[in-house]
Design a protein around this ligand. Sequence first.
Ligand SMILES: Cc1cc2nc3c(=O)[nH]c(=O)nc-3n(C[C@H](O)[C@H](O)[C@H](O)COP(=O)(O)OP(=O)(O)OC[C@H]3O[C@@H](n4cnc5c(N)ncnc54)[C@H](O)[C@@H]3O)c2cc1C
Length: 439
Amino acid sequence: MTGRTGIVLFTRDLRVHDHPALATSCAAFDRVVPLYVLDPALAQLSPNRTRFLHQSLAALRAALRGLGGDLVLRHGDPVAETIRLAGEVGAEGIALSADVSRYAERRATRLRAECERHRLHLRFFPGLTVVDPGALRPTGGDHYRVFSPYHRAWSAHRWRDELGPPARVTLPAQVPVGRLPAVPAGDSPEAVPGGEDEAWRRLTTWLPAVPHYGDRHDDLAGDGTSRLSPYLRFGCLSPLTVANRADRDSPFVRQLCWRDFYHQVTAAFPDISRRAYRRGATEHWRYADDTLAAWQQGRTGLPIVDAGMRQLRAQGWLHNRARLITAGYLTKTMGLDWRDGVAVYFRWLLDGDVANNSGNWQWVAGTGNDTRPYRGFNPIRQAERYDPDGAYVRRWVPELATVPGAAVHQPWRLPTALRRTLDYPSPLEVPGPEPVWLR
Ligand SMILES: Cc1cc2nc3c(=O)[nH]c(=O)nc-3n(C[C@H](O)[C@H](O)[C@H](O)COP(=O)(O)OP(=O)(O)OC[C@H]3O[C@@H](n4cnc5c(N)ncnc54)[C@H](O)[C@@H]3O)c2cc1C
């Protein structure tokens, strides 16, 4: 076999558009092996995400076939399988997108060592964020700890050029491509399907609504957000592609900056899922299995919280405002450890990822990047503000469907005769002094 061969190891960048590792490899090598390794260590984390992953892999395979190539699938340890395949196809180089989690960091370290041992050229590429983590640094620090100055620097930064898909992907002859496993069922009946084509459909449908995002994104019942997060999580769309299609100063693009922000925080603090990020944060959490179970199942007796948790279970996704409310209730009202919340979200969320999940949980719990970590939390005020008519609650808590208007947020205040007809629990007891909203 003459000519040079490279491997592109796909991870959570399951697309052919704007994929710097794939585009550069296709330009540099005569033959390219697009590879995905199904790691059994990740398979059990979330049935919802496993389903989405398999759908996205099927779409990626179809897209690569359309370009003359294929997706090669292997099972096992990604490092061992990549090195083994490199030996089989006589590859000279391996390319992949740089990532920030502890898992990704360990994979990168092991890959570096193995590539050195086998004299393989290893290169990491951008692509998981708009701006590379580490590209922006404040004076005197290794990363930004506060969002606003990061946002200013991010907006002023020159973004890299967006890339098209490669013109052609040429596989070496006779590489066994491997079969895609059957798509598993997942846990959430209303979960959206994965894949790059689905992602583009969602983006195209969403773009006309971008100008209204600032006014509508916090309206729980209005559902006025992009719902692009699972596609960004798996890289079915590049975040740069999304950011380039809206005004850089828009409130929508600002949210994409939050995503980059938490990635650069996680790159600097890979323990983000385990330890408090904020220096000097005091942690005195309770551990109460009954409370955690009631929260998880959406039967706390606080309708706005139950609505959010039921949306999570039904769709594998929930509205950002509902995330803030359900997480605030668990940590600030009930005093439970944010790590327990992280784990529950991580099991259900299609978009569940280390940087955004743990970064946001720490923000809510006051152990993270919030510049006002001790701010109070009143779920009823939140409910009345962001679900003023109660429509979101009635959608997700059918036991309360007959309660009109905002009264649905405090069923314990309804006349006793009406309350008795509702098959809905009383609010869980709150530790410490009774909060004003329960009185
Ligand atoms: C406790 C908690 C946990 C969260 N866990 C995750 C998670 O695991 N994965 C995840 O992608 N997001 C997480 N978020 C952030 C946010 O809630 C979701 O990204 C958003 O709700 C996704 O819906 P959307 O795509 O319609 O967002 P839009 O409002 O349309 O925003 C566009 C994109 O910007 C990004 N984004 C928006 N808000 C945030 C934010 N606060 N932090 C980081 N990125 C943001 C997302 O990629 C999102 O798709 C969490 C928020 C909270 C409060």
